[in-house]
Design a protein around this ligand. Structure first.
Ligand code: DAH
Length: 342
């Protein structure tokens, strides 16, 4: 290489090195977006010295092009990385300053998950009965009419079927004479348990139910129930009363009064409903009774000394009484302003 070229090459490489040093020094004092942008124009802009050197490479002697090009591009890339880092640091710093110093900004909202009020009530009910020696069982929500009705002493075409407005899945009977439905109560699980298990039995069955009816403040087309069933030799109505009284005391408080009145459910005899005395009024909270002999017969139980009691309650209703809620539809309308209160 000619001496004059060597001299030019060294001068250019020196200059590039100086640009690098100066760019680092300059960037340190850039404490705003505006200043960083001015820095960008100075070191990376189209008219910056570095860009001009790189643009001019094609006019250099071929022997110099490689070293100047490599060095220039290396510094250019470095500046690019420094620029990104500076912008990023500035953003982080600004965020910090906002959270530490700007007390006028609204607080940051942390969403905290909670259990649904019906889930909370269901858990309380389950805990209470488990403490009384009951087991927890479940059954299908899509059910055969055999379990939802027939085995519970509600034969086809019997007027008692009108007590439960039913969502049928299949109006036609299948080859074994069954129709499919969404269970209207949790009582069919009683029949399923007795079909599969010998006494003694003490179970509760929490689960979802469905009814073909229009909704209002006390009715939903889908809701939960908790069924109870106890079967043993010589169980009496006193056992039923004692169990339910314990339950009420645990859920509503130890000085809560209860009242039983006669009621009709095809699968129990005698059948009752139970109310609690709450804020000056009697409020009905569940149906119950002694298991009807026909139900035992259909389950295949033959021991004449077997007796049993059963009950069924709605946890939504229990939550409504406890928390003074006046519309059941609130539970399932997904309004966090309501759900967040519990
Ligand atoms: N299954 C009844 C209903 O949905 C509630 C019920 C009443 C369940 C009495 C029972 C019972 O086990 O003994 O209306």
């Amino acid at each position: 290489m000619k001496k004059v070229f060597r001299y030019l090459e060294n001068r250019l490489l020196d200059e590039i090195k100086k640009i690098q040093k100066q760019s680092e020094i300059d960037l340190k004092s850039c404490d705003s977006e505006l200043k960083i942008d001015a820095w960008r124009v100075k070191y990376l802009g189209r008219k910056s010295r570095l860009s001009l050197i790189l643009k001019d490479i094609k006019n250099l002697d071929p022997a110099m092009r490689k070293s100047v090009g490599l060095s220039g591009n290396r510094i250019r890339n470095k500046c690019q990385i420094m620029l990104e880092k500076a912008l990023n640091d500035l953003k982080l710093e600004e965020n910090d300053q906002i959270s530490i110093e700007d007390y006028t900004l609204p607080g940051r909202f942390n969403q905290v998950g909670k259990l649904h009020p019906v889930t909370q009530t269901l858990r309380e009910i389950k805990k209470t009965f488990v403490s009384l020696g009951f087991q927890i069982a479940e059954g299908p929500e899509i059910e055969w009419d055999k379990y939802n009705f027939d085995m519970l002493n509600i034969p086809d075409n019997h007027p008692a079927r009108d007590m439960w407005d039913t969502m049928w899945i299949d109006e036609e009977k299948n080859s074994s004479g069954n129709k499919m439905l969404l269970r209207t109560h949790t009582s069919p699980v009683q029949a399923r348990i007795m079909e599969n298990q010998d006494p003694p039995i003490r179970v509760i069955v929490p689960g979802k139910c469905y009814r073909y009816e229009s909704t209002d403040s006390t009715h939903e087309w889908h809701f939960y129930q908790v069924e109870g069933l106890a079967v043993d030799r010589k169980l009496t109505f006193s056992d039923l009363k004692g169990t339910l009284y314990e339950f009420v005391k645990k859920i509503f408080g130890s000085d809560t009064k209860i009242r039983f009145r006669c009621d009709y459910f095809p699968f129990v005899e005698p059948g009752v409903d139970m109310s609690i005395y709450w804020e000056g009024k009697w409020l009905e909270i569940l149906g119950a009774g002694m298991v009807h002999p026909k139900v035992f017969e259909k389950a295949g139980y033959k021991d004449p000394e077997l007796t049993g009691f059963a009950f069924g309650m709605g946890p939504e209703r229990i939550a409504m009484i406890k928390h003074n809620i006046d519309d059941i539809r609130l539970f399932y309308s997904n309004d966090l302003r309501f759900l967040g209160q519990f």
